[in-house]
Design a protein around this ligand. Sequence first.
Ligand SMILES: [Ca+2]
Ligand SMILES: [Ca+2]
Ligand SMILES: [Ca+2]
Length: 132
Amino acid sequence: MSYSKCTFLLACAVSASTVSVAWAQSSTVTPPIVPDFTAVDLNKDSGVDRDEFGRIIIDRFESKDLNRDGALSLDEFGKPLENTFNEADLNRDGKLSQEELLELRLREFDRVDRNRNNILGPIEYRQWGLDD
Ligand SMILES: [Ca+2]
Ligand SMILES: [Ca+2]
Ligand SMILES: [Ca+2]
């Protein structure tokens, strides 16, 4: 491994974090799509566990369920996300239940939880981008 490659990777990491800081600052007007780590880490142990993660998902589910029927239609979920919607709609009834949404999101949790400790640290959490 050459020295120059290390330098290059470091430069990439630095510029990526600069971009995300700039984004975070500009997003004070529009709330960020992914809730702030500190807001999600309810017990303040510097990790987001499955319970904490599940709570975000349920909160988001409830805020999207405009007609309060306990399920998300494609309109409520967001038309541009039809592929994600269909992937999550396991019983193919054209609606997402809380369980279906949780199952989808927990698969994302597992994907982002690189060290497989069932907890997302701040860095892992940042890799998680909700597409809705
Ligand atoms: Ca926690
Ligand atoms: Ca609904
Ligand atoms: Ca369904």
